[in-house]
Design a protein around this ligand. Structure first.
Ligand SMILES: O=P(O)(O)OC[C@H]1O[C@H](OP(=O)(O)O)[C@H](O)[C@@H]1O
Length: 309
């Protein structure tokens, strides 16, 4: 796939899910590097940076995207020839994809430990990391039931219920607004993350904060499954995660909206769940309380404060 095609697919959400977006971007960068005809290393680096900017500009919220792109671009910090730079990019990209795939497996193994026989789980949206935990617990023979939300407006819940159904897991499909109605039947909420701030706040699909709030009120634990590259280093400096607001057409057909000139359709794709509504974040490095998010940024992402400016 051409770089522009990957970028378009990420933007249109044909490629979606924070982890998948990160891997697709890195693979597109590697592909671009493979075919890039540059006369000197500086030109190579400049062209790569242009490609990196196109990819990171597609969706603003999932921090996995800039983190992944930056981890590959750091290969270009020092190099002697175009060939050496190309090899370094390809090696870094392969390393990232491998790390990402292993991280999802490791999270599944750690997260599954928190699921017990007889549990009723609730999941929102379609998170590879969160579903990995649920599927792994099922694979281990644990008997449980899942509530999965519809996920307006894009309906990612349909992907989730297909996966759960194919695995043979008993699933209840509910509209997003039915969460509080059912929350007292739920033992554990399992969701993914698009970004995690230094204060442990979790940015995830719109509706997650409402679910976590209802869970908090019902004393139901909320577990977030997220690879370490979803933690956002720049939040150390007080930077907020940008919340993507998508096309109103996703919510209301344009023809209907046009008949209602006083109505503005708002379509934020994500919301922020405060750390106090999150009980545990499962990463590939282990499970941590949200208050330890800073240590993940410091120890796993390997960026010094000076580099963040
Ligand atoms: O990386 P994984 O765990 O698959 O997904 C993490 C999150 O990414 C998705 O965003 P979108 O559907 O791309 O907007 C959802 O918000 C999901 O919870």
């Amino acid at each position: 796939m051409l770089l522009s095609e990957t970028a378009a697919s990420i933007k249109s959400m044909e490629i979606r899910g924070a982890g998948r977006i990160a891997r697709a971007a890195v693979e597109a960068l590697a592909d671009y590097a493979k075919n890039l005809d540059a006369s000197d290393p500086e030109t190579f680096k400049r062209e790569m940076q242009r490609a990196a900017d196109i990819l990171t500009g597609t969706r603003p919220t999932a921090v996995s995207l800039p983190n992944a792109v930056r981890s590959v671009m750091r290969a270009l910090d020092s190099f002697e020839s175009v060939e050496a730079a190309r090899d370094a990019v390809l090696a870094r990209a392969a390393e990232f994809v491998d790390h990402s795939e292993h991280a999802v497996e490791r999270i599944a193994a750690i997260g599954a430990r928190h699921i017990s026989d007889g549990d009723v789980l609730l999941t929102h949206c379609n998170s590879e990391a969160a579903l990995g935990c649920i599927l792994e617990a099922h694979r281990q023979g644990k008997e449980f039931e899942v509530y999965a939300t519809e996920v307006r407006p894009r309906g990612q819940g349909l992907v989730t219920i297909r996966t759960l159904n194919d695995a043979g897991i008993r699933t209840n499909y509910i509209v997003d607004s039915a969460v509080r109605y059912f929350i007292n039947d739920v033992d554990l909420v399992f969701v993914g993350a698009d970004a995690i701030a230094v204060n442990g706040a979790v940015v995830n699909k719109i509706g997650t904060a409402q679910i976590a709030h209802a869970a908090h009120e019902a004393r139901t634990n909320v577990i977030v499954a997220a690879e370490t590259y979803k933690f956002a280093p720049r939040t150390i400096l007080g930077e907020l995660i940008e919340i993507e607001e998508r096309d109103p057409d996703e919510v209301l057909p344009r023809a209907v909206a046009e008949e209602l000139p006083f109505v503005q359709v708002r379509n934020p794709a994500f919301d922020v769940t405060p750390a106090e509504y999150v009980d545990l974040i499962v990463t590939e490095q282990g499970a941590i309380p949200p208050g330890l998010a800073y240590t993940v940024i410091r120890d796993c992402l390997g960026w010094k404060i000076e580099e963040l400016r």
